[in-house]
Design a protein around this ligand. Structure first.
Ligand code: FES
Length: 100
């Protein structure tokens, strides 16, 4: 992922966790941006196991659905393109309840 750098001022980056890996993002960016900034750039899997990616970036298609939790709060499903990142955010691209 490449961010526009010229003429843009952003707040200092914060760390979020995606599938156990640390990813740096700017406050105000969305969960979807965090996933795109990760090494895998992978959102959820479909029923055949194929990776899905974001499509509409406006909350309509649900292709960016992931699970997220802040700190020790319970996991919840959300559309990543609609939710801003926050400190202590953990993101999972698979249902955390079904992980071995
Ligand atoms: S990319 Fe379509 S709802 Fe998020």
């Amino acid at each position: 992922m490449k961010r526009i750098e010229q003429g843009v001022t952003r707040p200092a980056q914060i760390a979020v966790e995606i599938d156990g890996a640390r990813v740096m993002v700017h406050p105000g960016e969305t969960v979807a941006v965090a996933v795109l900034a990760s090494a895998s750039q992978r959102f959820r899997d479909d029923r055949s196991g194929a990776a899905r990616g974001m499509f509409c970036n406006m909350g309509t298609c649900s292709e960016c659905t992931v699970w997220a939790a802040v700190g020790t709060s319970p996991w919840r499903r959300l559309r990543g393109c609609l939710v801003p990142v926050e400190p202590s955010l953990r993101i999972s691209t698979r249902d955390p309840e079904s992980r071995p």
